[in-house]
Design a protein around this ligand. Structure first.
Ligand code: ZN
Length: 240
């Protein structure tokens, strides 16, 4: 199987469309999303329509859970909170229900998917230290994909050591465990503004990351026209 793995779209339709087109060219059999379909960007309903049309298996992100009204944005900063409440207001009833019913995590035969971490969907994995409890929880699958930090990276647990790496290609070794972040489609924060995703070929045991230019100025224009905070438009071109 060839999986296209995407995360943190954040209602950026331009980045999502460009990413899906590229995944189609790469002949993925299935597309999977690690959550945060909405929040920050100007096209939450349109992005959700694409997710549904394309039958993309998704899980719930911390912005999705607030946008659908299942939780309040108590631990959000003011800019994120305002954007989440704007999203809640513009979502159609059907899309709100779709988000409400997303699972927190999913298990596939070859891997596991979570938004933040296995121990906690709100966990930010930023260091090898953060991955220790997560690797301990990986019993059945040796690969786990996570998002939430918007930073493309991966961690390998092998021979009792954990390493954080940034290579664009990973060869999955049978005796190692992997925590892999595809980066963010719609709001990258690793100082590279291009949309980020990965392809996992389970037969070859190869993970390949890709970065893509997209119509960033149109996404920014829509954010400003929607009356969302200008800083949400600015950060797209800075990639942070
Ligand atoms: Zn996010």
């Amino acid at each position: 199987m060839k999986y296209g793995i995407i995360s943190d779209i954040h209602a950026n339709l331009e980045a999502l469309n460009t990413t899906l087109q590229e995944i189609d060219k790469l002949d993925a059999n299935k597309i999977i999303c690690l959550g945060d379909i909405v929040g920050y960007g100007a096209n939450p309903n349109e992005c959700l329509e694409r997710i549904k049309e394309r039958k993309i298996d998704s899980i719930m992100g911390n912005h999705d859970v607030v946008a659908c009204g299942k939780k309040e944005p108590d631990n959000f900063n003011p800019v994120a909170r305002d954007a989440a409440l704007w999203t809640r207001h513009v979502l159609t009833q059907e899309n709100r229900e779709f988000l409400y019913n997303l699972p927190e995590r999913r298990e596939f035969e070859d891997f596991l998917i979570v938004h933040g971490g296995i121990s906690d969907p709100d966990l930010y994995i930023f260091s090898t230290y953060d991955t220790i409890p997560e690797f301990n929880l990986m019993k059945k699958q040796s690969v786990c994909f996570f998002g939430h930090t918007h930073v493309r990276t991966y961690y390998v647990f092998q021979d009792d050591a954990i390493t954080c790496l940034f290579d664009y290609e990973i060869k999955i070794e049978p005796k190692a465990k992997y925590l892999i972040n595809p980066g963010s489609v719609g709001q990258p924060r690793d100082r590279d503004p291009r949309a980020s995703f990965l392809i996992y070929d389970t037969e070859k045991g190869i993970v390949k990351f890709t970065r893509l230019e997209y119509d960033l100025s149109l996404a920014q224009k829509k954010i400003i026209e929607a009356g969302l905070d200008r800083r949400l438009a600015d950060r797209l071109s800075m990639g942070k």
